[in-house]
Design a binder for this molecule. Structure first.
Ligand code: FNR
Length: 369
């Protein structure tokens, strides 16, 4: 039984604010700086309007797609979100169960509050991808990749835009960073390579040292395009680069043999004043043509938003905050509510606009307002 959550998912944020601690809410709702990028992400959707077409026999609809070898009932994925136990005690485990029931692909963050293996178990036969925050220590990176592969994660998402956390006033003002409270470090503390570096399993005795080691290792600002060769050597499945905004970066991803790019600005959480992710999408699509898969995130709140992103060339979209709010408000059932609403609204909006399948959506479906 699903909790009585609103079907207008834009209302979830206000409800989550009432149910979460001020710090947890600030962490999820907050963005970088003045939050201009987060606002721009939403405003960009409003500037595109759908132009519905009539009399096109849309009785039989099929939303399914295959992305990076993963069959999906609809072009919707659960984007990587770290530290989910600050929203609900079951965190990523509840999300993994919800995703499995809906048959949708979950992308697990390196910064998850439960370990790679534990989440895989909760996810069961559900499709799952792994998101890498590429740590400085290469041996640790390889360990993460091997663990993910062994635990049945089939594609790798490498997040490039967050080698360090941005200037986020809501967190700064509340002196809040979940990681320093030991939340979101499970994959590090439980890793054999990490443990070797801190002199054994993490206990009370070496915990502070382990946290400092985490801080020093979380991201690597020195990485360049040449380093992708290293990833290719250690991951034999498909790789998607997350955080691409510039057409030239998208081209470089193709040249580096990457399978996909994810047009994303991390939901506005990294560069304040950055281009709206939806505005960056057409240029990236044009740049990669058919040479790589283009996925999209940042600002998706409704099924109509998904129609617009697909029409502008995304093969599928990743949803962020909406399912985190669902988790906060209703645990597994809350996440399922969000996923069902998004897919149902997507299907209805497509059909009422004259499209039976995602591949019938093209830029001509839209008008620039
Ligand atoms: C994120 N995001 C993120 N991305 C990633 O690659 N690894 C991560 O661990 C996280 N963690 C994370 C935590 C929280 C609280 C949020 C809100 C976001 C970014 C996420 O994958 C996605 O890019 C954005 O959330 C998309 O924007 P919307 O849908 O939230 O507007």
């Amino acid at each position: 039984v699903l909790p009585p959550l609103p079907t207008d998912l834009t209302r979830l944020e206000g409800l989550a604010e009432r149910s979460l601690s001020a710090r947890a809410f600030g962490y999820v709702a907050g963005s970088a700086g003045t939050e201009a990028t987060a606002r721009a992400n939403r405003a960009a959707f409003d500037r595109w309007r759908i132009v519905p077409r009539m009399l096109r026999d849309v009785a039989e609809r099929d939303l399914s797609v295959t992305v990076l070898g993963t069959p999906m009932p609809s072009p919707v994925l659960l984007g990587p979100i770290g530290v989910q136990s600050i929203f609900h005690p079951d965190g990523e485990l509840a999300v993994a169960r919800a995703a499995a029931v809906e048959g949708l692909t979950m992308v697990l963050s390196t910064a998850s509050s439960f370990g790679i293996e534990e989440v895989a178990e909760a996810n069961g036969d559900g499709p799952r991808w792994y998101q890498l925050y590429w740590p400085k220590d290469r041996e640790l990176a390889v360990s993460f990749l091997e663990r993910a592969k062994t635990a049945g994660y089939t594609a790798l998402v490498v997040t490039l835009d967050t080698f360090t956390l941005a200037w986020r006033p809501r967190d700064l003002d509340q002196a809040y960073l979940p990681f320093l409270r030991g939340i979101g470090v499970a994959n590090y503390f439980g890793d054999p390579v990490f443990q070797k570096a801190v002199g054994g399993p993490v206990t009370e005795a070496n915990r502070d040292m382990a946290l400092l080691h985490w801080v020093a290792n979380f991201g690597n600002p020195s990485l360049t395009w040449d380093d992708l060769i290293f990833l290719r050597e250690h991951w034999d499945g498909p790789i998607a680069l997350k955080g691409i905004q510039h057409p030239d970066d998208a081209r470089q991803a193709v040249d580096a043999g990457m399978d996909a790019v994810i047009v994303s600005n991390h939901g506005g959480r990294q560069v304040d004043g950055a281009v709206a992710s939806l505005d960056a999408l057409p240029g990236v699509v044009e740049a990669v043509r058919d040479q790589a898969t283009v996925l999209f995130d940042s600002g998706i709140r409704t099924g109509a938003d998904i129609v617009k992103a697909l029409a502008l060339g995304a093969r599928a979209v990743l949803v962020g905050r909406p399912y985190a709010y669902g988790l906060a408000l209703g645990g597994q059932a809350g996440v399922q509510h969000v996923l069902r609403c998004l897919q149902a609204e997507l299907e209805l909006t497509m059909a009422l606009s004259g499209a039976k399948r995602p591949d019938e959506l093209h830029p001509e479906v839209l008008l620039r307002a």
